[in-house]
Design a protein. Structure first.
Length: 342
């Protein structure tokens, strides 16, 4: 999504720009791209020392694509797929940058920091080593231009929800969170839970089973595997329950949406660091994944529902967090780097 937002920024500056968007082949990726760009889908690979041939194959594919497309600029947004393209850019003298979404630098970007011309960070509290400080920039995380606040009642009408009922938005991340999904469904089976309605982004994993579970519940809800119109979802919600991927954190700040964050406990604890960015500013509440259950959710939801002043304080804390206009600043930087190279 940050890559899509960056491309939107490029098109806003020059509608005639040619963009070749390279990503892995999956349901989420195809829905996010949504035919907006000339896209090349690479098959997902397992990358490790034991499968180095996969990475070598990607190098040949990347070099072939670059020779065919002849780009003036290459941008990498993390993950193993960025590695061959940024390295080829370095070897070919093509201006480039990499963007780190999380507070903690990921493995691919940490490696690529030796080859990239510039390294862009999403969060001001990222620990940056002296080795890369001279080419590091804090520009924030680019968000899609569609993400703007909508009148709450209008947003609830969009989903066919009660305009006055306390509304919770549940997000498990792009792949969905089985742990969050199961605990939410378990909570809703409690007959003492009332006075709430939900917008639930369950992801594709076991979506059919959650759809059946909701069908047996007497509670107003909208269930999705994937939702493109997150502007309506955030605007409709009083409270968000979510994983804490970098894009979600940036969206919560932009939409001033109070949240209960449940960081994904693996992947080198990237999400825990992201969550603390808000928690340390009194802008969110954190629950460790191993402590998440319907009892604690019931307690926290009731506390927020019955204490609107607490939600308002969290919204104010979110509004005080200054995040750059990353979409346009990154696009401007790309154009500047290309012009300097010509």
């Amino acid at each position: 999504m940050p890559a899509v937002a960056f491309c939107q920024g490029l098109k806003d500056k020059d509608g005639g720009v040619r963009i070749k968007f390279v990503t892995t082949d999956g349901k989420i990726e195809r829905q996010i791209i949504n035919n907006n760009f000339d896209t090349v889908f690479f098959k997902k690979k397992r990358i490790s020392l034991l499968t180095a041939y996969n990475l070598l194959g990607l190098f040949f594919q990347s070099r072939s694509l670059i020779r065919e497309f002849k780009p003036d600029f290459i941008a990498g947004f993390g993950g193993y797929l960025s590695v061959p393209f940024i390295m080829c850019a370095n070897f070919s003298g093509i201006p480039n940058f990499i963007h780190e979404q999380n507070v903690r630098i990921g493995m691919a970007n940490n490696f690529l920091s030796m080859f990239a011309d510039k390294i862009i960070f999403s969060f001001s509290n990222t620990q940056i080593s002296d080795r890369i400080k001279n080419k590091s920039l804090f520009l924030g995380l680019p968000l899609r231009k569609e993400l703007k606040r909508i009148d709450r009642q209008e947003a609830r009408r969009y989903f066919g929800l009660d305009e006055k009922c306390f509304t919770i938005l549940v997000i498990g991340g792009s792949q969905g969170s089985y742990k969050i999904n199961t605990q939410i469904v378990g909570l809703l089976k409690d007959k003492e839970v009332c006075g709430i309605q939900l917008i639930h982004l369950a992801g594709y994993y076991k979506y059919d089973s959650f759809e059946r579970e909701y069908g047996s519940l007497n509670i107003r809800h909208k269930l999705f595997a994937f939702l493109d119109r997150m502007d309506y979802a955030f605007s409709a919600a009083d409270l968000v329950i979510s994983r804490s991927g970098a894009n979600t954190i940036a969206e919560l700040v932009a939409m001033q949406a109070p949240a209960i964050l449940v960081p994904y406990p693996y992947a080198k604890l990237h999400q825990a660091d992201n969550a603390r960015f808000l928690v340390d500013r009194d802008a969110a509440v954190l629950i460790e994944d191993n402590l998440l259950d319907k009892r604690i959710l019931k307690h926290l939801i009731a506390g927020f529902r019955d204490n609107p002043e607490r939600l308002e304080k969290m919204s104010q804390a979110l509004s005080s967090i200054k995040m750059p206009d990353a979409r346009n600043k990154m696009a401007e930087l790309a154009w500047e780097m290309v012009n300097e190279n010509n």
